[in-house]
Design a protein around this ligand. Structure first.
Ligand code: ATP
Ligand code: MG
Length: 579
C-alpha cells in the first residue's frame, strides 16, 4: 500500500558512520539498565550518582579535559568556546557561591537566562550542590514567572540585570520564599572569581531530586514534573541509541533549556557523552540556521516539527546551496512530524528526519526512529531498548487493559520504572497517582501500533474528535492537508454538532505563493475528502495567517477550540505572542 511504498530503507552498512545501534532486535534483547548504569562513573568512593559529575567532572579529569564542550554562538556574532575543564571549574565556583549563601540539598534554584554560558554554569553548579534546577524560558513575563516560582518554592533565581528590572522587580514583594536573586552581568565575574574553582560534590542519592520542569501547557495549566539524579542513566544511553552520539560529533539541539528537551538533550545527554555541542543564542531564522549547520559543521541535529515546517516554507534551494556534507543525522521531537516533513528532509538534506516521541514526564526519549532502522514516515518509531510500551485502555474500574491486537487505537502506555520517569507532579499527588494503573504509566496520548511494532501517533486524548461513531485523530487530518501544495500548516478541532457529535474544522495557513480564495478552499476540501473520505475530512476550512502556538512551538488546538466556541481561553502562560 501507500505506506509501504514510502518506507525509507535503512541499513547499518549504508551509513557513513557505523551506528551505535546496528540491529534493533539485538539491541532490545541485549539491553539492561544495570549495564547502561555501568557506562557512567558514579561519584568517587561509591558516594552515589550526580548528573553534573557525569556531565563535566569526569571529562574534566580525563582525556577530554581540553575538548570543547560547548561552542556558544552569541547574538553579536562572536563565538565562545568552553572546554570541559572550563565548564567544570566555573560550575564549581557557582556551586561554592550557592553553598556560601546557605543554599543546600533540595533547595530550588531557578534560572531565567538566555542561552548563554551563565545558564550552563548555573545549571551544572546547582546540580553539583545537590540543589534542584528549574530552568525557565527567558521569554516568560512577570505573571508566568510568579506562578512558577511560587508553585516551585524558588529560593534562588539567577537572571540578567535587564530581566531583573523588567520582570522580577514588579513581583519580588509577592515572593516571600525567594531569598536570593543572583545577577549575571557586571557583578557576575567578580562573584565567581571570589569563589573557589574546587568543589567536591556531596554524596548524592540517585533518588535525590535534581530537576523540576514545567510542561508546555498545551492541554491546560502547566504541571511541574519532578526528576531525580538517576535520570542521567536514561539521558546518557538514549543519546547513544536514539541520537547516535559518537565521540567526534558536533551536536546542535535547537530547544531552549526552559523546556525539557533543552535540558535532557541540550545539556545533560551530549555532555555525559562527551561530544561538542553548539548553543545558539539567537531565535529561529531559517537562513541563519542553514548557515549554522554549515559553518559549525554540525553532524547531529535535534530540532522540532514547527521549525521544520517553517523551513519547508522556504523550499529546498537554501539548504541545497549550503555545504551540509558533515550533517549525518537529523531528529525531531515535540509534536507529530508529518510524513511530508520526513520526506522533505531527504529532498533538502539528503537525509530523512527521524521522529521521536517523549514528554516532560518521561524525562528522555521513549520511542524513536534509529539510524539503522527503516523509517515509515508518519510513525514515531519503536520503543527504546529497555522501554516497554503498549496500547491500552482504562477499564471502568480503573485498571489497565492492554490491547494486544495490532492496529487498534488506544492510549499509549509505558511500563513504569525507567530511570528518567518523573517522580511526581509538584503539589499534585493525586494527579500523579492517576497516571498509573497496574504498573503502567498512562501518557495521555493516543496511538496505534502496527504489526511490526512501529507506533503511530493519533492525537492527544483531549484533542481527539468524535464524529458519527468515529474517533478522528487530528494528526491524520492535518498530515493529509499538509500534502496539498498550497498548505504550509494546519490544525483541526472538533465542533459540537447535534446530529453527529462533532464535525471537523480545519484552520489552514497557506504557503507564501498562495492566497486565500473560495476556489482554493473548495480545492483543499476536495483534496482532503479524496485522501481521507467524507467521514474524516474537514467540513469547514478557515484560512489563518498563523496558528496559536506555545512558546516551545506546539500548536494550541485547545485555544482554537475555545475561541471557536466562545469558551474561556484557559491558561495562556505559554502562548507565544503573535509577532
Ligand atoms: P501539557 O502537558 O502541559 O499539556 P505538553 O504535553 O505539550 O504540555 P510536553 O511534555 O512538552 O508538554 O510535550 C509532550 C507531548 O508532546 C507529548 O505527550 C505529545 O502529545 C507531544 N509529542 C512530543 N513528541 C511527539 C511526537 N514525536 N509525535 C507526536 N506527539 C509528540
Ligand atoms: Mg503533556
Amino acid at each position: 500500500g501507500a505506506m509501504a511504498e514510502r518506507t525509507i530503507r535503512k541499513n547499518a552498512d549504508g551509513l557513513r558512520v557505523p551506528p551505535n545501534l546496528t540491529s534493533y532486535a539485538a539491541a532490545v534483547r541485549e539491553f539492561s539498565w544495570e549495564e547502561a548504569r555501568r557506562r557512567l562513573d558514579g561519584l568517587p568512593g561509591g558516594r552515589g550518582l550526580n548528573i553534573a559529575h557525569e556531565a563535566v567532572v569526569r571529562h574534566a579529569r580525563g582525556p577530554k579535559a581540553d575538548k570543547t564542550a560547548i561552542r556558544f554562538l552569541r547574538k553579536d556574532g562572536r563565538t565562545e568556546d568552553w572546554t570541559y575543564r572550563a565548564l567544570d571549574r566555573a560550575s564549581n565556583r557557582f556551586a561554592n557561591v550557592l553553598r556560601k549563601l546557605g543554599v543546600g540539598r533540595g533547595d530550588r534554584v531557578f534560572t531565567l537566562l538566555g542561552r548563554t554560558p551563565e545558564l550552563f554554569v548555573a545549571a551544572l553548579g546547582t546540580l553539583k550542590n545537590g540543589s534542584v534546577l528549574c530552568p525557565l524560558f527567558s521569554a516568560f513575563g512577570p505573571e508566568p514567572l510568579k506562578t512558577r516560582l511560587t508553585l516551585g518554592e524558588g529560593k534562588v533565581l539567577v537572571t540578567t540585570e535587564a530581566f531583573q528590572a523588567r520582570k522580577v522587580a514588579p513581583i519580588r514583594a509577592e515572593l516571600p520564599m525567594l531569598r536570593e536573586v543572583i545577577l549575571t552581568g557586571a557583578s557576575w565575574d567578580g562573584l565567581l572569581e571570589a569563589a573557589s574553582p574546587d568543589f567536591e560534590i556531596p554524596p548524592t542519592n540517585p533518588e535525590d531530586v535534581a530537576l523540576l520542569h514545567f510542561t508546555s501547557g498545551t492541554t491546560g495549566r502547566p504541571k511541574g514534573a519532578v526528576h531525580v539524579h538517576e535520570a542521567v542513566v536514561a539521558h546518557h544511553v538514549t543519546g547513544l541509541l536514539a541520537l547516535d552520539f559518537h565521540d567526534d560529533d558536533v551536536f546542535w539541539c535547537t530547544a531552549d533549556p526552559g523546556w525539557v528537551t533543552g535540558t535532557s538533550y541540550g545539556i545533560v545527554s551530549p555532555l555525559t557523552n562527551g561530544v561538542t555541542m553548539v548553543v545558539d543564542e539567537g531565535e529561529f531564522d531559517a537562513g541563519r540556521w542553514y548557515r549554522v549547520l554549515e559553518e559549525q559543521a554540525v553532524t547531529v541535529w535535534y530540532t522540532a516539527p514547527t521549525a521544520v515546517r517553517m523551513m519547508m516554507r522556504g523550499g529546498t534551494d537554501l539548504p541545497r546551496q549550503r555545504n551540509l556534507s558533515r550533517l549525518r543525522f537529523i531528529a525531531s521531537v515535540g509534536e507529530p512530524l508529518n510524513p511530508e516533513a520526513v520526506l522533505w528532509g531527504v529532498a533538502a538534506f539528503g537525509l530523512p528526519i527521524h521522529d521521536n516521541w517523549w514528554q516532560t514526564e518521561t524525562g528522555g526519549i521513549m520511542i524513536a526512529n534509529y539510524a539503522s532502522m527503516d523509517i515509515r514516515p508518519g510513525s514515531m518509531g519503536r520503543p527504546l531498548p529497555g522501554i516497554t510500551a503498549a496500547v491500552a485502555r482504562r477499564t471502568a474500574d480503573g485498571r489497565a487493559e492492554v490491547l494486544e491486537e495490532p492496529g487498534v487505537q488506544g492510549e499509549l502506555v509505558l511500563k513504569a520504572g525507567w530511570p528518567s520517569m518523573f517522580r511526581g507532579y509538584l503539589n499534585e499527588t493525586e494527579r500523579f497517582q492517576k497516571c498509573f494503573a497496574d504498573g503502567w504509566y498512562f501518557t495521555g496520548d493516543l496511538a496505534r501500533r502496527d504489526a511490526d511494532g512501529y507506533y503511530w501517533f493519533v492525537g492527544r486524548s483531549d484533542d481527539v474528535i468524535k464524529s458519527a461513531g468515529h474517533l478522528i485523530g487530528p494528526f491524520e487530518v492535518e498530515s493529509a492537508l499538509m500534502e496539498h501544495p498550497s498548505v504550509a500548516e494546519a490544525a483541526v478541532i472538533g465542533k459540537p454538532d447535534p446530529l453527529i457529535g462533532e464535525t471537523v474544522k480545519a484552520f489552514v495557513g497557506l504557503k507564501a505563493d498562495a492566497g486565500p480564495s473560495e476556489g482554493l478552499r473548495k480545492d483543499i476540501l476536495g483534496f482532503a475528502r479524496q485522501r481521507l473520505g467524507p467521514a474524516v475530512a474537514p467540513k469547514e476550512i478557515e484560512f489563518v495567517t498563523g496558528l496559536p502556538k506555545t512558546k516551545s512551538g506546539k500548536i494550541l488546538r485547545r485555544l482554537l477550540k475555545a475561541r471557536e466556541l466562545g469558551l474561556p481561553e484557559g491558561d495562556l502562560s505559554t502562548l507565544e505572542e503573535a509577532p
